[in-house]
Design a protein around this ligand. Structure first.
Ligand code: UGA
Length: 431
């Protein structure tokens, strides 16, 4: 099939190169010339395990192309995916649909034959209706169907999530585009019945409801972790004990520094904004947002306690600063909230992140190190902020080379018992 991805960001690039891998003829387009030029030279603009090889292989085989000529690419293809960003509207907390509608107008002017217009951007319920209305001019009659096909790709696991999906959700009331989509996804859904066909509005809401539900699971276990800390229980045991009940499941029950990233914070806010429009009070989602928001303050007071409120010239090392492991993404990372509070208290921050140097805060008191050893040397406190594999088997004493250092493991990577046995001042989350 001939596929055009409009928007070569995270979703467009991962989905486009994966569709090419499945044997399709794909053009990934974008208005950003620098990005497209780089991709044509083999340079990948984002960090995602396995993506570089996937792009290179399919580019070399001629199944994957990159272009800024969006009109010609639309005309050439049969399936057009809208994969642009829907950031938060700061004033209303709703999703900003500016880019979605800009793209819709470009599609409107270039419909030369029948095409399936697939919206993959995360959009509020009824956006598909609005896209359809824009496209529905006289010359475009019978030349398109607008459908919803939300993405469920986790950063750091995106290719695996694409190739082995829990489900593929397609929203349309028309038969023709549904058959085309089923055919497109056939190689990855044929083994298991994982294709779910529903209405367009339902598909749009499935995306938000899923993200908000996962955010709820995380906020919930984080609050239970707070209780565990006070009652001398390990939250990991609670998560295991709960997760064994298949109705609950053990995934997304890991307590930590709170959820971040480009999706959960933005999508929970946008879902509440949509519900407000429909005069519906999503009190649970609202509490989740509030609970997650207060998490960094809570963690800061824990660090305060660990350091006995003495931060002056104390060296604190962050292992990982991105919002989670496996990504270079800093968006809504808990570290962005915690580090400035520590600096204000007089601490010096060292950090190491496997994905490289980051823009955190312009301050001489923040220093990036290219390796774990130098970052940890003579530190007063190590904070394990993300769970990259390379943080899982560290010899803390050898790394820090000083007495009385402390470790705050925000991802519970280590066994408290072993740490106590090794005489290390160790603190976890919910333990
Ligand atoms: C999330 C969803 O998992 C994807 O299904 C969805 O497609 C994507 O958003 C999106 O809407 O585009 P992502 O933001 O990449 O994916 O990352 P997750 O792995 O879901 O983690 C989100 C946050 O929750 C991170 O800050 C992570 O550290 C935190 N988390 C996750 C926990 O604190 N505990 C857990 O058990 C799981």
């Amino acid at each position: 099939m001939k596929i055009c991805m409009i928007g070569t960001g995270y979703v467009g690039l991962v989905s486009g190169s994966s569709f090419a891998e499945l044997g399709n003829d794909v053009i990934c387009t974008d208005i950003n010339k620098i990005k497209i030029n780089k991709l044509n030279e083999g340079m990948i603009p984002i960090y995602e395990p396995g993506l570089e090889e996937l792009v290179r292989r399919n580019f070399k085989q001629g199944r994957l192309k990159f272009s800024t000529d969006i009109p010609s690419s639309i005309k050439y293809c049969d399936i057009i995916f809208i994969c642009v960003g829907t950031p938060t509207n700061k004033k209303t907390n709703s999703a900003n649909l500016k880019h979605v509608f800009e793209v819709t107008h470009t599609i409107k002017n270039n419909l030369n034959k029948y095409k399936v217009i697939v919206n993959k951007s995360t959009v509020p319920v009824t956006t598909g209706d609005r896209i359809e209305k824009i496209l529905n001019i006289k010359k475009n009659k019978n030349k398109f169907d607008v459908i919803s096909n939300p993405e469920f790709l986790r950063e750091g696991e995106a290719i695996r999530d694409f190739m082995y999906p829990d489900r593929v959700v397609v929203g349309t009331s028309a038969k023709k585009p549904n058959n085309i989509m089923k055919n497109l996804y056939l190689p990855i859904i044929k083994k298991k019945n994982r294709y779910f066909h529903t209405s367009r509005r339902a598909a749009e809401l499935i995306k938000y409801s899923s993200n908000a539900f996962l955010a709820t699971k995380i906020a919930y276990i984080n609050e239970i972790a707070n209780l565990c800390e006070k009652s001398n229980i390990d939250v990991k045991d609670i998560a295991i004990g709960m997760g064994l009940d298949e109705r609950i499941g053990d995934r997304f029950l890991r307590a930590g520094p709170g959820y971040g990233g480009s999706c959960f914070p933005k999508d929970t806010r946008a879902l509440v904004a949509t519900a407000n429009k429909f005069k519906t009070n999503l009190s649970i989602v609202k509490s989740v947002i509030k609970s997650n928001h207060s998490r960094h303050k809570l963690l800061f007071s824990r660090i305060n306690k660990i350091m006995s409120n003495n931060f002056k010239n104390k060296k604190i090392t962050f292992l990982g600063v991105t919002f989670k492991a496996g990504t270079d993404d800093m968006r809504e990372s808990p570290a962005l909230k915690i580090i400035p509070s520590l600096i204000r208290k007089g601490a010096i921050i060292n950090y190491y992140d496997p994905s490289g140097k980051k823009d955190i805060l312009k301050s001489k008191k923040i220093k990036y190190f290219k390796n774990i050893k130098e970052a940890c040397n003579k530190s007063d406190l190590l904070i394990i902020h993300t769970d990259w594999n390379e943080f899982k088997q560290l010899n803390f004493k050898k790394l820090v080379q000083r007495k009385n250092f402390k470790v705050f493991d925000m991802r519970n990577l280590y066994s408290s018992k072993k740490m106590i046995k090794s005489n290390i001042n160790y603190f976890g989350i919910g333990r």
